[in-house]
Design a protein around this ligand. Sequence first.
Ligand code: PLP
Length: 372
Amino acid sequence: MSFHSFIPPRRTLMGPGPSDVYPNVLAALSRPTLGHLDPLFIGMMDELKALLQYAFQTRNPMTLAISAPGSAGMEACFVNLVEPGEKVIVCRNGVFGGRMLENIKRLGAEAVVVDTPWGRAVELDKVKAAISAHPDAKFLAFVHAETSTGALSDAKALCAMAREAGMLSIVDAVTSLGGVPVKVDEWGIDAIYSGSQKCLSCVPGLSPVSFSPAAVEKIKNRRSPVQSWFLDQSLVMGYWEGAGKRSYHHTAPVNALYALHEALVQLHSEGLEQSWQRHRQMHERLAEGLGALGLDFIVPQGERLPQLNTVTIPQGIDDAAVRATLLNDYNLEIGAGLGDFAGKAWRIGLMGYGARRENVTLCLAALAEVLN
Ligand code: PLP
């Protein structure tokens, strides 16, 4: 048996992530690897932290990128903050709220689940009722942008409720960061995690996270050590703490961090507001075209994510055959339905570098040809 280099084709990625990576980010990945304690690399890491603070709109000193995907960011938030026996109100309106619940259960903590139908934003009244029924709950956890359904929840209102009740908020911003407003300090978010592969258009495998001073205080006052050595933030911070103080924790994914730095330089030079606006404009363009093709959105207007458009698969259409034709004949990937929506919905992503006019045009033209 002989082996050869793997040379993938150039696809247009319009699924739920990973999204198309910026060419500059791919170029950054192939730059020479430095030692992770090299002063030049450390200089870049200081900038990376400042760029992450910009993306999250926060001054939180504990802002960093976990060397693993979004699920590890999720786990880092739960495992560091929540101790066995503590009560967490968790909102579930799709797959990823369910994954949060799984984390809570595995920690031996107590979960109060607030269910909202799939395809809808988290229902604020239900959360309010759960908070008043459980004054002993210490945390409110929710997914800002539910990638399994395309619904956007009101993170500002949810965090305000948590704060008023003296609870800490844990927010999943894997799909929201860079695509819609995420304002950590203004909204009073206590723990937040994201992913490199969605609206940041970086390579997959890194999870930006940020912890508020109140969250850091909670971590410092734990009665028990964090169960996970790798994700224990008090240890990881020894490496991320800043000039002159960095010490070895694990070997940093050096080239992937160049890539994240480059993706965030891109976001910073475009500007957050402009990036949010671009996602919104491309969504409107796509929505108009999908409507003309007779495709209906699952999520009601006003609760839709611009970066993830979920439409019902029309009666009589073979889901898998359409997606295979798009992939094979047009080099275009759109997403299948996930969980309850498997076989019922398509998820069309407009994330980061993918939120471009040419992608919208390609997707609409290809769908028109394949569906007719
Ligand atoms: N949370 C949300 C909302 C997601 O969309 C995803 C991935 O799609 C995750 C968490 C998990 O991230 P990852 O697949 O990078 O582990």
